[in-house]
Design a binder for this molecule. Structure first.
Ligand code: ARG
Length: 567
């Protein structure tokens, strides 16, 4: 809720000697210092006085008017306090009116592409991809919520020697086998990639054979292409299942095989124009040292392209396909250098939009010592993790509600299990490495998804007991307790939290906000009665918690987390 306008109006009418506008008002770090404050340094020059003195002078001239309840001088600051009843009334009625739209802020609408998770098609998605998808999906949700046109794009790295490795292993050891019933098809593919690596340790010749296979593929050899298609189809089929389980979906798929040759053309042109150079061995490279980055080879001496080559083309393709204002890449921090180089190369090539590319980098995800080794021995499958979370949730639910109906159990376990996973991963700032702790994430206490979901369900059950819609005309003057003021304030903090999350590409801001909101609610609920309160007070409190319920829902929506009325 924004009361800046009211304050400016008041000041403009009472204080003729100063020029003042909304941007000068600040939100103080602590509620004891008021809801807004005006630093008086701004006027020192104009009035030729010290800021504290100015504050003293000004406060005497102000005639208080609603909704401003009080003005206080604190050193060089004028602190304004908004009438709490007006604030509560304004916030709750705004939420009741806006409902699922509450939290939208005024902002220029943009065309934004968010690329995630962009897997390689030789193995299934793993733990890191889960974090990737959750961040990509949540950031997309946040921008769409704010009215941007978001394209969720997924690029498949579907070619290259790593793909040929699983193909070669299949050819040698697969004996025409098909994925079994119930076997996930991307896991089937991934197992051959593991097999390749095991065999290649004993027989290094295989590496060479994979390279030869890649050359055959590049030449369009029929049999090789056929096998490639077959195995990629299996990979995609499996990926789609995982996407669906996690609740992510895409508007656009890119396939590296469609355009990797185009990257080579750009590089050759760049060489002719003198933007790129040939090194001593005949490879084409770009000099980046003057930008404080390592030089980069763009085409090997044998004419084959590297990862960077196709990324240069893809970046341009994206801007050509959609008139983008922003192009976001959700990719792990191990590729920070790659993207710094890529964006610099795009700029050197003269693309004006190069500065509108953004690498949304995220850190590594580890599991606590000794947990869940995957078949590959090093990484954890996304599917195994998701399934495990749903199972753990099921056990938790059964502990609380042993007689629960089977269908209801399944639904609730999915909501809680995935909610736990998503919230835990999203609440950590993306830039940081993290340890995903399944047990901790599913706890109903602490800073977890289930805690937030439980708070939501708790409000639902209070509302259900009440049995009526809250009264929009409740008397908010009755909400005078500190815990009530605090809850109102937290509700008003939601729109700025959404803005901050969008500006910094940080779903974690929403997660941290939700925890604070739920804590404020639970303190409130612990300290004052709701249904047992005297009629008028009860109505005001019900209207207040109904608003809390709505804001929790809005926040969880932005994180791709579902919620249920009973837990
Ligand atoms: N497939 C790559 C990997 O698994 C990530 C691709 C990211 N996107 C991009 N345009 N480079 O590491």
């Amino acid at each position: 809720m924004d009361f800046k306008k009211d304050i400016i109006k008041l000041l403009k009418s009472d204080l003729k000697e100063i020029e003042i506008d909304e941007s000068m008002l600040q939100v103080p770090p602590h509620p004891d210092m008021g809801d807004y404050s005006l630093p008086c340094f701004n006027f020192s020059k104009q009035l030729n006085k010290g800021p504290s003195e100015i504050a003293q002078d000004l406060v005497r001239k102000i005639n208080l008017k609603q909704p401003i309840a009080r003005v206080q001088v604190k050193g060089p600051y004028l602190n304004f306090f908004i009438n709490k009843a007006v604030m509560a009334q304004a916030v709750t009625s705004e939420i009741a009116k806006q409902k699922a739209k509450y939290g939208r802020i005024e902002k220029k609408k943009e065309n934004i592409m968010v690329e995630y998770p962009s897997p390689n098609t030789n193995k299934p998605l793993h733990l890191g991809h889960v974090r990737n998808m959750l961040i990509g999906d949540s950031v997309s949700d946040i921008f769409s919520f704010l009215g941007d046109k978001v394209v969720r794009a997924n690029m498949n790295n579907d070619r290259g020697v790593h793909i040929c490795k699983s193909m070669l292993a299949y050819k040698k050891f697969g004996k025409g086998k098909k994925p079994g019933k119930g076997e996930k098809t991307d896991h089937f593919v991934g197992d051959f990639y593991v097999k390749f690596n095991q065999e290649a340790e004993k027989n290094p010749e295989l590496e060479k054979e994979a390279q030869e296979m890649l050359q055959r593929w590049e030449k369009g050899d029929k049999e090789t292409v056929k096998l490639w298609k077959l195995m990629n189809t299996w990979a995609y089929e499996g990926f789609e299942e995982t996407y669906e389980k996690l609740g992510v979906s895409f508007d656009k798929y890119y396939y590296e095989s469609d355009y990797y040759k185009k990257g080579k053309e750009i590089v050759s042109k760049g060489l002719k124009k003198g933007i790129f150079k040939k090194d001593g061995n005949g490879a084409i490279m770009v000099e980046l040292e003057k930008y404080g980055l390592p030089n980069k080879i763009l085409l090997r001496a044998d004419g084959t392209s590297v990862y960077m080559t196709s990324d240069i083309y893809l970046a341009q393709l994206k801007f050509k396909d959609y008139k983008l204002d922003k192009s976001i890449y959700v990719v792990g921090s191990e590729q920070n250098m790659h993207f710094r180089q890529l964006f610099r190369i795009l700029e050197i090539l003269g693309n004006k939009w190069a500065g509108r590319c953004y690498h949304l980098s995220y850190g590594m995800v580890y599991l606590p010592e000794g947990r869940m080794k995957s078949r590959e021995g090093t990484v954890v499958d996304a599917d195994d993790l998701i399934d495990e979370m749903v199972n753990v949730a099921e056990k938790e639910i059964l502990k609380r509600d042993p007689k629960i109906d089977k269908k209801e159990l399944k639904k609730r376990a999915e909501v809680i299990g995935l909610g736990a996973l998503k919230f835990f991963m999203l609440k950590i700032d993306p830039a940081r490495d993290m340890i995903y702790n399944p047990e901790e994430s599913i706890s109903f206490e602490g800073e977890t998804g289930p805690y937030v979901q439980y708070t939501y369900a708790r409000i639902c059950s209070i509302m259900a007991k009440h049995g009526k819609k809250p009264n929009a005309k409740a008397d908010f003057k009755l909400l005078t307790e500190k815990c009530e003021e605090e809850l109102v304030r937290k509700l008003g903090d939601f729109p700025p939290a959404v803005r901050q999350a969008a500006e910094h590409y940080r779903p974690s801001v929403i997660a941290v906000y939700l925890i604070k909101l739920c804590q404020a609610f639970n303190t409130f609920y612990h300290e004052v009665p709701v249904l047992q309160a005297e009629k008028e007070v009860k109505e005001a409190r019900l209207a207040l918690i109904d608003a809390v319920k709505q804001v929790i829902a809005n926040g969880l929506d932005l994180m791709g987390i579902e919620y249920v009325e009973r837990m």
